[in-house]
Design a protein around this ligand. Structure first.
Ligand code: ASP
Length: 320
């Protein structure tokens, strides 16, 4: 098939606080990821290939809550998760409860392309990774453990009870940063794709699955509408089926920017009483893009054929 569309990629490095100093390397990384994904598109690669390449780069930096930078759960263990979706075929793949995979997003792609399933977790997922020779990750780094200790200290200071996590996050946003990574892309054939990868909410219960690997919640792509990747409090994105909701808005005539703003407004009105941080990026089949958040910041970057180089920012449309 001839290439007829101008490719576009949008990536995010999470909805969070992103104070000016830590955000500098993160902004550089999202730019590099947008560049890597766009190179895949420019050389004729698919939207799926582009979002996976962009996410794998971010997983490897250690600067985000994904891949080798993943937050630790309450048992001081890594439990990573990721998903990917192809808007042309509506095929999707997701993996969760991963402890030893270097790039969870690559395993999500294997599940999408090499199995009959959509969502595989834990031991079975790790075994699949072995069969397909996916690289292994190193044990938790000193930075991850240091972050965990700081989070735990903060939690304990408020008498240690997990139900208070929301209040703690609100009181100490700098400690509980949410820095999941995600990408959406449109390729030269006019197909869209989305992916999201995370270590999950810091200090989450062991076995907890969030929105990032849940198709429709953290990730969705459909050529009839567009693609979306979410970041923020996973339990909110799950309850509002947020990524699919954004795609529904696009299908019903909204631009991607209007769609993500409407979805963040939905979060603000329906989930107003708790800590409700959310950040969303989206794209449609015409190459239009959108980004919005109610968190203080959203670390993101985009690249199109009209740009000389990717444009990165720690702010998009802020709605509170
Ligand atoms: N959405 C992710 C989760 O709840 C966290 C994040 O976006 O950083 O697992």
């Amino acid at each position: 098939m001839g290439k007829t569309c101008k490719p576009v990629i949008v990536v995010h490095g999470g909805a969070g606080t992103w104070n000016p100093v830590p955000s500098q390397p993160a902004l550089k990384s999202v730019k590099e990821a947008a560049d890597a994904g766009f190179n895949t598109l420019r050389s004729g690669g698919t939207a799926v290939g582009a979002v996976v390449d962009a996410a794998a780069l971010l997983e490897d930096t250690g600067a985000f809550n994904a891949g080798c930078g993943s937050a630790l759960n309450i048992e001081k263990r890594v439990e990573m998760e990721a998903s990917v979706m192809d808007g042309e075929t509506l095929q999707a793949g997701a993996a969760g409860l991963l402890s030893s995979i270097r790039n969870p997003v690559r395993l999500a792609r294997v599940i999408m392309e090499k199995t009959d399933h959509v969502f595989v977790v834990g031991k079975g997922a790790e075994e699949l990774a072995q069969i397909f020779n996916l690289e292994r990750r190193k044990p938790a780094t000193a930075v991850q453990i240091e972050r965990y200790e700081a989070q735990l200290k903060s939690l304990l200071a408020d008498e240690w009870y997990l139900l208070r996590l929301a209040a703690l996050v609100k009181a100490h946003p700098e400690v509980f940063q949410l820095e999941t990574v995600g990408a959406v892309a449109l390729d030269g054939d006019g197909n869209v794709a989305a992916e999201t990868s995370t270590g999950g909410f810091p200090l989450k219960l062991a076995g907890r699955i969030g929105d990032s690997p849940s198709i429709g919640c953290g990730t969705y792509a459909d050529n009839q509408s567009g693609a979306c990747s979410a970041s923020g409090v996973g339990e909110i994105a799950i309850r509002l089926v947020l990524a699919k909701t954004v795609c529904n808005y696009i299908e019903n005539g909204k631009t991607p920017q209007e769609a993500v703003e409407k979805a963040v407004a939905l979060v603000n009105t329906r989930i107003s009483s708790t800590y409700n941080a959310i950040g969303l990026i989206s794209i449609d089949v015409h190459g239009r893009m959108g980004a919005a958040h109610n968190s203080p910041n959203l670390c993101w970057a985009c690249m199109t054929a009209d740009h000389k180089e990717p444009v990165a920012s720690s702010k998009a449309k802020f709605l509170k």
